[in-house]
Design a protein around this ligand. Structure first.
Ligand code: ZN
Length: 200
């Protein structure tokens, strides 16, 4: 392999879910494109990187300098708050069309083996958000159906014990253990939300 190709393949293969074989195919695809198309591609990646940020309030992805659409007052059902692991989970849940409440992104899940503890997640701001939304009635814990996701759900339940007036629920396990919400089918997410179980 010539060094220029090697370098591109190496970088593409470092992206999540892409092996060396696919990376090589993508590199050759770029080679076949004209200069303008390749520059368009690079510009959109650069702009995405510089013009997008996470909302301080809910953790959703938003355009820099614009208000977060998930936090705009009057736009969402403020009796519900859905806790998810990743900002990308919001896209999957929105696509299900089943939910129009608020969100709270944790930016991960508890995983003692990987050294991820409560302080590494957006957990501390959760009680403050509850206080900020007096109409809130239910918190839906939509962490992934994995050991880490379930551990996180239990942790939230105990850390939020002071909120006696709130209902806490967990999305139903139409989602197989170990599956990830962001890749789940919209229909399955929709069923899973509808059949959520109340946690005691
Ligand atoms: Zn927000």
């Amino acid at each position: 392999m010539i060094p220029e190709l090697e370098r591109v393949v190496e970088q593409i293969a470092a992206l999540p879910g892409i092996g060396r074989k696919s990376a090589t195919r993508i590199a050759f695809h770029f080679l076949k494109q004209n200069q303008e198309k390749v520059e368009d591609f690079l510009t959109s990646v650069t702009q995405f990187h510089s013009k997008v940020e996470y909302c301080d309030e809910c953790g959703a992805l938003k355009s820099r300098h614009l208000h977060c659409s998930m936090c705009t007052p009057g736009q969402r059902n403020e009796t519900l708050l859905c806790v998810v692991e990743q900002p990308s989970d919001i896209f999957a849940i929105e696509a299900s069309g089943e939910y129009n409440g608020l969100y709270h992104v944790l930016m991960g899940a508890l995983s003692p083996l990987d050294g991820i503890g409560p302080d590494d997640l957006r957990l501390a701001s959760l009680p403050a958000r509850v206080h900020k939304h007096p109409a809130l009635q239910e918190i839906i814990i939509a962490t992934n159906p994995s050991i880490e996701g379930n551990t996180t759900a239990n942790y939230i339940l105990s850390m939020m014990a002071e909120f006696k007036n709130l209902k806490f629920s967990r999305i139903a396990s139409g989602l197989a253990l170990g599956s990830q919400i962001e890749y789940a089918d919209a229909r399955i997410i929709s069923q899973s939300l509808r059949a959520r179980t109340v946690l005691e």
